[in-house]
Design a protein. Structure first.
Length: 155
């Protein structure tokens, strides 16, 4: 390879590396981004379902992520958060327990919103639930952060 060819290859190669790093720092989960040390952050997820009672919407807590609800014909079905959300390396399937937030709080909240959206789309046999809501206690780098509320309405 000629010196000019090597220089062109190096410019393209390092340009792509820098583009990947810049892209990775802008995404919520820092995909392709490098962080030498991750955040020392924690989160605790409190899950609720919103149902209608007496023409008012009320929140029903789901501390273990399990509930029973009727379908359109009135037949009861068992539902569980962990049926849709199976995250072995992530705290998303663990409720009511403080867990380390790998890849940072913003990444975990981004993935939690996606999990809520997915779970609510698969509630065809639940005629009661109008929305799933997650209230999240946050601790960022050892300091208590704000409570974050995420919501997914049933289509």
């Amino acid at each position: 390879m000629t010196p000019r060819g090597r220089a062109a290859f190096a410019i393209v190669f390092f340009g792509l590396e820098l583009a990947g790093i810049a892209y990775g720092q802008r995404t919520p989960d820092h995909a392709f981004g490098f962080q030498m040390f991750n955040e020392s952050s924690r989160l605790m997820i409190h899950l609720f379902r919103e149902v209608e009672r007496r023409r008012k919407r009320v929140r029903v807590p789901l501390p273990n992520g399990h509930w029973h609800a009727p379908d359109a014909s009135g037949q009861q079905h068992r539902h569980a958060w962990q049926d849709r959300v199976r995250a072995s390396a992530s705290p998303l399937d663990t409720l009511e327990q403080s867990m380390h937030a790998p890849y940072g709080l913003s990444a975990q909240l981004f993935h939690l919103q996606a999990a809520l959206d997915d779970a609510v789309r698969h509630l065809a046999t639940d005629a009661q639930t109008k929305a799933l809501i997650a209230r999240v206690e946050t601790v960022k780098n050892g300091k208590p952060g704000p409570w974050v509320e995420l919501r997914a309405d049933k289509p």
